[in-house]
Design a protein around this ligand. Structure first.
Ligand SMILES: NC(=O)c1ccc[n+]([C@@H]2O[C@H](COP(=O)([O-])OP(=O)(O)OC[C@H]3O[C@@H](n4cnc5c(N)ncnc54)[C@H](O)[C@@H]3O)[C@@H](O)[C@H]2O)c1
Length: 449
């Protein structure tokens, strides 16, 4: 397929094309909004939130903005979050520290799980067993054994379950998938990703509320199966810094990348990972590295490199580049762009080391085989860009995909098998980092080798 044709393919429509400098820029259409049809109160999807911190609140605010979705209950281990949930969704919601109270209620159809990672498996399994449909934040697993437990329960209970890597629903990623499949960059051989930060918030130093104590926080419940230690506000509110609750940069950031790569390349996962890194700057008691680099092998014949640097004094940046035999594709924020520099037809000729008569004759011989065409030199075909509309939210579409599936009982875009493959791939970085050796993974069977 030639370049002009691939630009016309695919289901992510464009609504306009313009030039930004020399870059041909296509504005993508937002997915169709649902036609406004009245939904009876009796037809509401009644949603509860388990884990009402940053992401749980964000997910649930979006769910509540979808017609026919009502928030009826919230569970959290900190009073400040429970009180705020009432401010957000009304005094009449059930606000409790014990999510089992929510799961016991027949009028709760579905739950959003926004707890720290070490609670994902138990909260998901309990919710599925209670007959609830589930939206569980990424990474789906905290440890590898969580994967089969969630998948088995999901299959047994036949519930709708979406994992929360919202970029899987992004029109930017879907366009990248179309472009790759249409041959826009030739055969993919490398994926390069980085997440570099240079701030305390970026390195998870979230503010501990002034009133955090054993009265306002349900510390034993929050700890769950994690090792029992005295109350510690940093552990409670900055949990990403400790392996007992999170999974370092791999579980927090790399998992988004793997969700995206698996979607865009139609891949089930890597076969091998090798990691390195260290704790260079944020020596604040954390037990995970603040600099990590990992290399991955994918069976279809590409390699992937990913890094996080929380000590990047140069800049804060994120990048996502797919390199192929005929071009490269970059995802940055709400855009995906393709750049192609066609390879020269001939192999080139090096003559300057030899005497002038030899140089002259060598050039003649070369040009007999590869005649000079004008203009000489590589032709830069330039860059082409696809931009999502202003205000576009993949997060909205990811949650909407889940609530639509709750009504239709059709599959979601990111089920627990997809979620385990993404998280399993991401956490390989930790396995390799901890052992100092390559880590091997069976992407089909979803198990460490
Ligand atoms: N999809 C994304 O882009 C994205 C972004 C941020 C966070 N996340 C994920 O969302 C999850 C939550 O992250 P966060 O930043 O919101 O954390 P957070 O600490 O702000 O919120 C977690 C909340 O869960 C509560 N909690 C803990 N154990 C509980 C239990 N047993 N029952 C009920 N509530 C419990 C805590 O009290 C806390 O308020 C993590 O898994 C994280 O990886 C995803």
């Amino acid at each position: 397929m030639d370049r002009r044709n691939f630009l016309k393919t695919g289901s992510v429509a464009t609504v306009g094309t313009y030039f930004a400098g020399s870059v041909k820029t296509h504005l993508m259409a937002a997915p169709e909004a649902e036609p406004g049809k009245p939904i009876a109160a009796s037809d509401n999807i009644q949603v509860a939130l388990i884990g009402a911190g940053g992401q749980g609140q964000s997910d649930t605010k979006i769910a509540a903005s979808i017609p026919g979705v009502k928030v009826v209950a919230v569970a959290d281990c900190y009073n400040g979050c429970l009180d705020h949930a009432k401010e957000l969704w009304g005094n009449d919601i059930l606000a409790t520290r014990d999510y089992n109270e929510i799961l016991a209620r027949k009028d709760v159809d579905a739950v959003v799980i926004g707890t720290p990672d070490h609670w994902h498996m138990q909260a998901a399994v309990d919710s599925l067993n209670a007959g609830k449909d589930v939206y569980c934040e990424k990474p789906m697993i905290h440890v590898y054994s969580d994967g089969p437990k969630i998948i088995d329960t999901w299959r047994k209970t036949n519930r709708i379950m979406q994992i929360g890597s919202q970029r899987v629903s992004s029109i930017v990623y879907l366009k990248a998938k179309e472009l790759l499949a249409a041959g826009a960059i030739g055969k993919l051989n490398m994926v390069t990703v980085w997440y570099d930060r240079n701030s305390a918030q970026g390195a998870w130093q979230y503010t501990v509320p002034y009133d955090a104590n054993t009265e306002t926080c349900d510390w034993p419940r929050w700890l769950g199966t994690a090792p029992k230690i005295p109350f510690n506000g940093e552990h409670f509110f900055q949990w990403r810094k400790w392996k007992a609750y999170g999974s370092g940069v791999a579980g927090d950031l790399f998992v988004h990348l793997f969700s995206g790569v698996h979607l865009i390349t139609d891949s089930k996962g890597p076969t091998r990972a090798q990691s390195t890194g260290g704790l260079r700057f944020w020596k604040d008691g954390r037990d995970v590295p603040d600099v990590m680099m990992s290399l991955y092998d994918y069976a279809p014949g590409f390699n992937l490199s990913v890094r996080t640097n929380f000590v990047d004094g140069g800049s804060e940046s994120e990048g996502f580049v797919f390199t192929g035999s005929e071009g490269s594709m970059t995802i940055a924020g709400d855009t995906v762009s393709v750049a192609r520099v066609p390879r020269e037809k001939g192999p080139g000729v090096r003559v300057e080391l030899y005497s002038l008569p030899i140089q002259k004759r060598m050039l003649e011989i070369y040009h007999e085989k590869y005649p000079i065409t004008y203009p000489t030199g590589p032709i830069m075909e330039g860059e082409e860009k696809y931009v999502a509309p202003k205000g576009y939210s993949d997060h909205y579409h990811h949650i909407k995909n889940w609530t639509d599936a709750i009504r239709s009982r059709e599959p979601v875009v990111e089920d627990p098998v997809f979620g385990f493959r993404a998280a399993g791939a991401a956490l390989l970085s930790n396995v390799s980092y901890d052992s100092g050796k390559p880590a091997h993974w069976d992407p089909e069977g979803m198990r460490l080798i």
